[in-house]
Write a new protein. Structure first.
Length: 117
C-alpha cells in the first residue's frame, strides 16, 4: 500500500504545479488585445476570402493504411527474434497474421483505396 502513497503524492504535486503555472500565466500574462490579435490569422495577412472547399479524405485513408501495415512490420521484429523459441507454432501464427492482413490489403487494393488521384 505504501507504493500508492508515493503515486498519490506525485499526482498531487503534478496537479499543484499545473494549477500554479496556469494561475501565474493568467495573472502575469500580457492583456493588451488589439485588432491584429483578434483576427483569425496572425500571420500578418488579412484574410481576403472564405476557406476553400472540403479537405479530401484520400490522404487520411492512405495514411491510416500506411500505419496499419507499418505496425505489421513492427510485430514481425520480435517474432523474428523469438522464432527459435516459438518453433513451428509461432511460424504458423505469423503466417495466419500475414494472411489476414493480406486479405485486407487485397480488399483495399480492389476497392481502389491505394490509387492516388
Amino acid at each position: 500500500m505504501t507504493e500508492y502513497v508515493f503515486v498519490a503524492v506525485f499526482c498531487i504535486v503534478a496537479i499543484t504545479i499545473v494549477c500554479a503555472i496556469l494561475l501565474l500565466s493568467t495573472i502575469l500574462g500580457p492583456k493588451k488585445p488589439n485588432e491584429a490579435k483578434v483576427l483569425p490569422y496572425e500571420c500578418g495577412m488579412v484574410p481576403s476570402e472564405e476557406a476553400k472547399g472540403r479537405y479530401p479524405v484520400r490522404f487520411a485513408t492512405i495514411a491510416m493504411l500506411f500505419i496499419i501495415f507499418d505496425i505489421e512490420v513492427v510485430f514481425m521484429y520480435p517474432w523474428a527474434v523469438a522464432l527459435g523459441e516459438l518453433k513451428l507454432f509461432g511460424f504458423f501464427e505469423m503466417l495466419l497474421f500475414m494472411f489476414i492482413l493480406g486479405i485486407a490489403y487485397v480488399y483495399v487494393w480492389g476497392r481502389g483505396g491505394l490509387e492516388w488521384d
